[in-house]
Design a protein around this ligand. Structure first.
Ligand code: CO
Ligand code: CO
Length: 345
């Protein structure tokens, strides 16, 4: 649905890639900032490139903080609101925590119908309500491009958060949503597919990672992260680097949404995905037989993607049986090995 014939994605300079800075560019900028003074309560800061920051409130509980916002990647304002909110909550779930409060972040063009903004915020509010998160307020600015997202605060037991830094050699690698949201939303923006063809991607992007996160905690996952703008290989690369391990991924076992590989073969590759693929080449070795389109899909910039986790072999059976269809898919995509970097079989 669109309001007054407006296609929201037409107002967005970069659908599909959510227009974020590349990982290398971001690292270069952060390297110029003096290190913050030591604070023993900071359990996870920005240096480690984890999903969210963690701050100890007392001996038992830590605060989780994260923020995410972007330009429209779908035309329906309500869906855009739901996707942006689901995506913003995701980093809290990736840390094994429970989101409790959120603040809306809004940029909106002066000449655009305010009914569109109301629908975006309704979408965000619906997700927050379902997740048991209280929206305490927010901030708006005028901008030529609409943007929406949330700053989210959560809580986690200090002893049970899941960072990306503790994957153990021998662990199994699992993924809870298929890939393809970057390619599919870009294809929709370029009118290469219909609204109906985008329905699967919207369903995945609005599925919260809450239940999957709980299942992974019960499986004693050693490392968990969510797959977002840097693509599966980018986020897997962060886990490998932070944990000091190598990851082996079976390309054929990685699920993709319907149409993704054909669209890549037809030349539909978001700029963010192409950028990702170039930088992932530095730490990824592909076996000779790995299909070119699959290689691109592994780097596709995801929005509100699934959880990528390393779990002990002994939990694999309970992971597969407990991750029911309303919490995601239980894809077993590879293994953690000693060494460094990523190899694709
Ligand atoms: Co994340
Ligand atoms: Co994030």
């Amino acid at each position: 649905m669109d309001i007054a014939g407006i296609r929201l994605t037409a107002l967005s300079s970069c659908a599909g890639c959510a227009a974020k800075l590349g990982a290398a560019e971001l690292r270069a900028v952060l390297a110029q900032i003096p290190a913050p003074p030591y604070d023993e309560n900071v359990l996870v800061g920005y240096e480690s490139g984890d999903d969210a920051g963690l701050y100890a409130l007392n001996d038992r509980v830590a605060l989780i903080q994260t923020v995410d916002f972007f330009t429209p990647i779908v035309d329906d304002p309500f869906d855009f609101g739901r996707i942006a909110a689901t995506n913003a909550l995701s980093d809290v779930y990736a840390m094994g925590g429970r989101p409790i409060t959120a603040l809306n972040i809004v940029a909106f063009p002066e000449d655009l119908d305010l009914a569109i903004l109301a629908r975006i915020l309704e979408g965000g509010a619906a997700v927050a309500r379902d997740a048991g998160v209280a929206i305490l307020g927010g901030h708006t600015i005028k901008d030529s491009e609409p943007k929406y997202g949330m700053a989210v605060t959560g809580l986690v037991e200090r002893g049970s958060y899941t960072s990306n830094a503790a994957a153990q050699p021998g662990n199994v690698l699992v993924l809870t949503k298929p890939l393809g949201t970057g390619v599919l939303t870009t294809a929709r923006k370029r009118d290469a597919i219909s609204d109906d063809d985008l329905a699967e991607a919207i369903a995945w992007m609005t599925m919260r990672n809450e239940k999957a996160s709980r299942v992974l905690r019960d499986c004693a996952a050693s490392a968990v992260t969510d797959v977002t703008g840097f693509g599966l290989l980018g986020h897997a690369g962060s886990v490998a680097e932070a944990s000091g391990v190598s990851l082996e991924i079976d390309a054929a076992a990685v699920p993709c949404m319907k149409g993704t590989l054909d669209l890549i073969r037809a030349g539909i590759v978001p700029s963010g995905t192409r950028h990702n693929a170039e930088s992932h080449a530095a730490f990824t070795t592909f076996a000779a037989g790995v299909d070119q389109a699959v290689r691109i899909a592994l780097s596709d910039a995801q929005t509100s993607g699934g959880l990528l986790a390393a779990i002990p072999d002994s939990s694999l059976e309970s992971f597969v049986s407990n991750l029911r269809s309303d919490a995601g898919i239980a894809a077993v995509i590879g293994r953690v090995r000693t060494g460094s970097g990523i190899s694709i079989l």
